[in-house]
Ligand binder design. Structure first.
Ligand code: ATP
Length: 436
């Protein structure tokens, strides 16, 4: 059974060192989180799994890493300066502020219950503005990017020249984005600073529909291949009134969060809007010259845009399980091995000096290839439980017999089955079991 309450995961993550409230020693900074020893590994694995599927396993996508700070011209061209805003209303009774588009009833204050107490909506731009250099003034304005996507458009020409790719091809990026969200909420689901994983896939205009269908399916498969059950996911096509004026189709991949289905990723057909906007504002040509037909054209774009931190929450919720082992309830994170923070735990049966050197030899052997946890405190049962709870797929136990027979025991997180095997065969067996 996946977690039904967000609190189950939030408390596990705090207890085990996945996610902490940021600046907690100062009372915490609202809506920002720090990823601890386990969370930083999990988040990295989510991003690596995305890069593996979207870049590494293909021959038509390249990766970039663009700057977080950018000048106003970029956001002028993209439309974010004018339009990247939410409508805000204030309750004149309790003085609380709300996003109009997120209210269940646009006339009812969810805080104090007053009716018709809202002010007229005002648009609030979500970008964080800062200043570059020591002199204040409009020439020094800079913005923290609210999405990674513009980096792919502004670098389109350079990537086209240097990468030897031609449409259909994609430019991918993983990195931090910032939005001054008015109502950050639901733990790491909506925060002001978050990680995105975005792909801009450039295609001949006539093939846009076909590539859109292709990416909707490929992206859904990514989540299920990594262990999210089918019934916890859905692809929700946008209604006409949700579509941007340049989009001919957008769908959200939604996950069954404890509060209902909510967005993990948006997949949009963006036509040639972004490249044309940047070409117009910068004066640079952002198009493709086809040497075969001697024609110049502006590619259309399919954009699968996912959030890494939000997706991490979904993977944790889906992986959470409780079962009964030897009459005791245990909590287990059934994370896909690619996502699990540690792939293997090395657990010497006792802390005795006689066992430690061999246990460390085994740890070193495995750590060359995998992220390994080493733990020698507490009784072995408790240590297994801890590894179950942090999602480690395999545990290797070194015991006193190991000193004579050079063999160890491997325990499986999901079944708790144990098998003994020679240390010589350990790497090959673990590779088979994990699938890499
Ligand atoms: P929402 O409607 O939830 O605010 P959005 O439609 O504005 O999201 P996009 O601009 O399409 O989101 O961004 C792509 C992805 O980036 C989202 O699907 C989500 O996974 C992630 N994302 C966006 N805003 C946040 C946020 N404040 N915190 C965490 N992840 C976010």
């Amino acid at each position: 059974m996946p977690a039904t309450e967000l609190e189950q995961i939030v408390s596990l993550c705090k207890r085990r060192g996945f996610v902490y409230q940021s600046a907690e020693i100062y009372g915490g900074f609202r809506s920002t989180y720090d990823y601890g020893p386990l969370g930083s590994l999990l988040l990295r694995n989510v991003k690596e799994a995305w890069v593996r599927a979207v870049v590494q396993q293909r021959d038509d996508v390249v990766l970039i890493d663009a700057a977080v700070l950018s000048p106003p011209q970029v956001w002028q061209a993209s439309g974010h300066l004018a339009n990247f805003s939410d409508p805000l209303v204030d309750c004149t009774n309790c003085k609380q502020r709300f996003r109009l588009d997120k209210l269940d009833d646009p006339d009812l204050c969810p805080n104090c219950g007053e009716r018709n107490s809202f002010t007229e909506p005002r648009e609030f731009n979500l970008m964080f503005k800062t200043q570059a250099g020591p002199v204040e003034g409009s020439g020094a304005d800079a913005y923290l990017r609210p999405e990674t996507a513009q980096g792919m458009f502004t670098n389109f020409g350079q990537v086209l020249q240097t990468s030897r790719k031609k449409p259909p091809f994609g430019i991918a990026q993983v990195g931090k984005s910032f939005r001054n969200e008015i109502t950050p909420q639901n733990w790491i689901f909506r925060t002001r600073e978050f990680d995105q994983m975005e792909l801009e896939f450039f295609v001949p205009p006539a093939d846009s529909d076909q590539w859109y269908d292709y990416w909707c399916k490929a992206r859904m498969d990514w989540y299920t291949d990594l262990g999210i059950p089918n019934d916890m996911l859905r692809l929700r096509p946008h209604d006409d009134d949700e579509l941007s004026h340049y989009s001919t189709g957008t769908a959200d991949i939604e996950f069954a969060f404890p509060w209902g289905f909510d967005e993990l990723e948006g997949i949009a057909q963006r036509s040639d809007y972004d490249l044309k906007q940047h070409a117009e504002h910068s004066g640079e040509k952002l198009d493709y010259f086809d040497p075969q037909t001697n024609e110049r054209w502006v590619p259309y774009v399919i954009e699968p845009a996912a959030g890494a931190t939000r997706t991490m929450a979904a993977f944790l919720l889906a992986a959470y399980d409780e079962d009964i082992i030897n009459d005791e309830t245990r909590t287990v994170l059934r994370l896909h091995p690619r996502l699990a923070p540690y792939k293997v735990a090395v657990l010497p049966l006792s802390k005795k000096d006689t066992l430690t050197p061999l246990a460390h030899e085994v740890r070193k052997l495995l750590a060359d290839r995998y992220m390994v946890d080493y733990d020698e405190t507490q009784n072995i049962g408790k240590r297994y439980r801890r590894q179950d709870e942090i999602g480690t797929p395999l545990a290797v136990t070194v015991d006193f017999d190991s000193l004579d027979d050079n063999a160890v025991t491997i325990r499986d997180r999901d079944t708790t089955d144990q098998v003994r095997m020679p240390i010589d065969e350990l790497l090959a067996t673990i590779g088979d079991r994990l699938g890499f």
